[in-house]
Design a protein around this ligand. Structure first.
Ligand code: NAD
Length: 356
C-alpha cells in the first residue's frame, strides 16, 4: 500500500493524510482530510479492529471523501475529513484520547473531530481537554451531545421522501421496514418508525442491543443470516458499509433502501445501476445520514439552536426529491445525482472565494 497512498489520494482527490503514532498510549490513528474548499474538514473518529493498516487507510480515505459531499449537499460551510483509530475499542481510555486530542490540535482547526462508530460523547470529553477542535461533546459541557438522534431523524424524514416517490404518499403505516443494526442511530430510527405505525423488523449481532430494542419497542427480531429472506418494503442499513453488493442485490426483497450507514454501495457505479435495474429506490447515504453532521456543525459554529437544527435536518426530504428528479432528467443513479449536486456547490463556492 505504501507506494500506492499517493495514487489513491490523487484518484479520490485528497489533500492530506496524517499518520499519528504513540507507543505509550498505544495510539495508531489516521486522519484523512479530503477537501477544505468549503471550510475546515469535519468528520468523526472511528475506532475499529482493522485487519491491516491498508484496510484502515482505505476506510479513512473513503469515509473522508463521503464527508466532503455530505457537507456540500447539506449546505454546510465545511470540508470533508475523517479519522480512524486502529485498535480494540474495549481498550480505549483517557491516555489514548488525550494523546489523540493533541494530534488533532496540531492541525490547528483544519480538521475538527466528533463521534463515529465505537466512539462516544464521553470520549470527546477527553479529546476536548487537549483541543477545542472537537464537537459532539456532552451537553453538560456546553456541547450538543450525541448526534445520533439527529442522524436517525434525518434518515426517517428521508425514508418518507422515498416512500412519497414510490407510493405517492409518505405514510409509513403498515410498511415493513428492516433495520439492520440497532446501535446509536438504529435505536432512534426504530422509535420513529414504530411511532409512524410501521411494522419494524430488527437484526443485529449484539445480544444486549437486540434485547433492549425488543423490550422497548416490541419489534420482531430476525437473525442476520435470515435477513435477506424476509419480504419487506424498506431496508434500512444502519450497521456498517458495503452491505449493498453483488451478493445481496439479487436477494433483496424491498422497494426502498434508506439507512444511516456510510458507503452502503460496495461499488457505487456498478451497484447503483443494479438497483435501478431491479426497481429499487436508493437514498444516497451521504445525503440521508447528514442529520448528525448538521447537528455537530451547529455546535461548531458556536451558536447552537435545537429548533433550527431540526428544521435544517428536515430539509433532507426536499433534497432527496430533488435528487430523484435529477436521476430522471439526466439518467443518473441516485448516488451520481447527489454527487453532481454536491460537486457543483463546491465548484460554485470555490469560484466565489477566488474573487475579490
Ligand atoms: P453503532 O456502532 O452504535 O451501531 C452499529 C450497530 O450495528 C451495532 O449495534 C452493531 O452490533 C451492529 N452490527 C454490526 N455488524 C452487524 C451485522 N453484520 N449485522 C447486523 N448488525 C450489525 O453505530 P451508529 O453510530 O449507530 O452508526 C451506524 C452507522 O451509521 C455507521 O455506519 C455509521 O458510520 C453511520 N453513521 C452514523 C452517524 C451517527 O450520528 N452516529 C452519522 C452518520 C452515519
Amino acid at each position: 500500500m505504501s507506494n500506492k497512498v499517493f495514487e489513491l489520494m490523487q484518484e479520490m482527490g485528497h489533500e492530506q493524510i496524517v499518520f499519528c503514532n504513540d507507543p505509550h498510549s498505544k495510539l495508531k490513528a489516521i486522519i484523512a482530510i479530503h477537501n477544505t474548499t468549503l471550510g475546515p474538514a469535519l468528520g468523526g473518529t472511528r475506532m475499529w479492529k482493522y485487519n491491516s493498516d491498508d484496510e484502515a487507510v482505505v476506510d479513512a480515505l473513503r469515509l473522508s471523501r463521503g464527508m466532503t459531499y455530505k457537507a456540500a449537499i447539506s449546505g454546510l460551510n465545511l470540508g470533508g475529513g475523517k479519522a480512524v483509530i486502529i485498535g480494540d475499542p474495549s481498550l480505549k481510555g483517557e491516555a489514548l484520547w488525550r494523546r489523540y486530542g493533541k494530534f488533532v490540535n496540531s492541525l490547528n482547526g483544519k480538521y475538527i473531530t466528533a463521534e463515529d462508530v465505537n466512539t462516544s460523547a464521553s470520549d470527546m470529553e477527553f479529546i476536548h481537554l487537549e483541543t477545542k477542535h472537537v464537537t459532539g461533546i456532552p451537553e453538560y459541557m456546553g456541547g450538543s451531545g450525541d448526534p445520533s438522534p439527529y442522524t436517525a431523524y434525518g434518515v426517517f424524514v428521508g425514508m418518507k421522501a422515498c416512500a412519497f416517490k414510490r407510493w405517492g404518499n409518505d405514510d409509513l403505516t403498515g410498511k415493513k421496514v428492516m433495520v439492520q443494526g440497532v446501535g446509536h442511530v438504529g435505536q432512534y430510527l426504530v422509535g420513529h418508525l414504530v411511532n409512524a405505525g410501521a411494522k419494524v423488523y430488527i437484526t443485529d449481532i449484539n445480544q444486549e442491543r437486540i434485547k433492549e430494542t425488543i423490550e422497548k419497542y416490541k419489534v420482531e427480531y430476525v437473525d442476520p443470516a435470515q435477513m435477506l429472506t424476509i419480504d419487506i418494503d424498506i431496508y434500512a442499513p444502519c450497521a456498517l458499509g458495503a452491505t449493498v453488493n453483488s451478493d445481496t442485490i439479487p436477494q433483496l426483497k424491498c422497494s426502498i433502501i434508506a439507512g444511516a450507514a456510510n458507503n452502503q454501495l460496495a461499488e457505487e457505479k456498478i451497484h447503483g445501476r443494479q438497483l435501478i435495474d431491479k426497481g429499487i429506490i436508493y437514498a444516497p447515504d451521504f445525503l440521508i445520514n447528514a442529520g448528525g453532521l448538521v447537528n455537530v456543525a451547529a455546535e461548531a459554529s458556536g451558536s447552537y439552536n435545537q429548533e433550527k437544527v431540526t428544521k435544517e435536518v428536515e430539509k433532507i426530504y426536499g433534497r432527496i426529491l430533488d435528487i430523484f428528479k435529477l436521476t430522471e432528467d439526466e439518467n443518473l443513479t441516485a448516488q451520481e445525482a447527489a454527487m453532481k449536486i454536491a460537486q457543483k456547490r463546491i465548484d460554485d463556492i470555490a469560484n466565489i472565494k477566488s474573487r475579490l
